[in-house]
Design a protein around this ligand. Structure first.
Ligand code: AHM
Ligand code: MG
Length: 283
């Protein structure tokens, strides 16, 4: 069975969310999501748009959204399960920075080992879409009415960018030392606070490191396995990079017991990940 109807539904959602970002009100909704973040009306609207588009695809058995507590069954006889973050980084919209949607597509239960494909959309000056599927990371830019395929994305062995997440005063000392070490080697700071554009930039500019460690205030990190971490781990590994946790385990080998579970995470080219493993003493 092909994933084309699912990719098409994601494309339709992307256009509708892009429209909503451009035209809708930015105010808060007075509701919180499962992580306790105050939801913007746009978070809720993006979630509704995606759920509506996915509900038309009978091959989709169930969906889980960062904006909802529980997974939802769409078509009991469907085959695929999809977990998604409808509008990641939405708190950056008021200052007009790029944001994104993230999707993980599973053949079976929501476990990284069942992931078949992942997709993310970037709402920036341009509308872009990236898929990791069947061993390739494909990049599309929306121009002249359609998504046009660009060069396949591949990471170099060693990159130039450093995107360090989390509040610095809460970083463990060995993490700070590793981040400072990369800067001392000549790495350049590139961090907007939006996971999608930050990881997209590293992928398109040849490589680097994106890190979100466990910190004294958030020992299990901030980023959610199902909605943010697994999909990008799949993209980075497919592009020839690596994605690990603070114990040096592949993120794609981690289990997930609760849809909103988080994990410390590191995504990068092979060289930068070797630096992480040395700093965390897990090589
Ligand atoms: P969100 O899902 O509430 O938008 O939060 C996720 C975002 C990611 O896009 C980004 O990588 C991270 O939060 C930034 O966090 P911090 O500001 O702590 O570095
Ligand atoms: Mg998010």
């Amino acid at each position: 069975m092909t994933l084309k109807p699912i990719f098409d539904a994601i494309e339709r959602s992307a256009h509708r969310i892009r429209d909503a970002i451009t035209n809708e009100d930015l105010c808060y909704s007075q509701q919180c999501n499962s992580t306790g973040d105050m939801q913007l009306k746009l978070d809720i609207q993006s979630d509704l748009i995606i759920a509506e588009e996915f509900s038309k695809i009978t091959a989709i058995k169930a969906i889980a959204s960062e904006e909802k507590e529980e997974a939802e069954t769409l078509h009991p006889n469907g085959r695929y399960m999809i977990a998604y973050d409808p509008l990641d980084g939405s708190s950056l919209i008021d200052v007009d920075l790029s944001v994104g949607s993230i999707f993980g597509i599973y053949d079976g239960e929501f476990q990284a080992s069942n992931m078949l494909a992942s997709v993310y959309v970037v709402y920036g000056p341009r509308l872009e879409l990236v898929t990791a599927y069947k061993g390739g990371v494909r990049h599309y830019i929306f121009r002249h009415g359609r998504f046009m395929e660009q060069e396949t994305i591949k990471l170099n062995e060693k990159g130039k960018l450093n995107a360090p997440g989390g509040t610095q005063k809460h970083w463990p000392p060995h993490h700070k030392k590793m981040i400072d070490g990369l800067f001392a080697e000549g790495y350049r700071l590139r961090y907007s606070g939006g996971m999608v554009p930050d990881l997209h930039q590293i992928l398109l500019k040849g490589g680097g490191l994106f890190s979100y460690p466990g910190t004294t205030d958030k020992p299990e990190g901030k980023l959610r396995k199902l909605f943010e971490v697994f999909p990008f781990a799949f993209v980075y590994e497919t592009a020839g990079g690596e994605a690990i946790d603070e114990k040096g385990r592949r993120l794609m080998e981690l289990s997930c017991d609760d849809p909103h579970e988080t994990t410390p995470c590191f995504f990068g080219s092979k060289y930068e990940i070797s630096k992480v493993k040395a700093a965390y003493d897990v090589d």
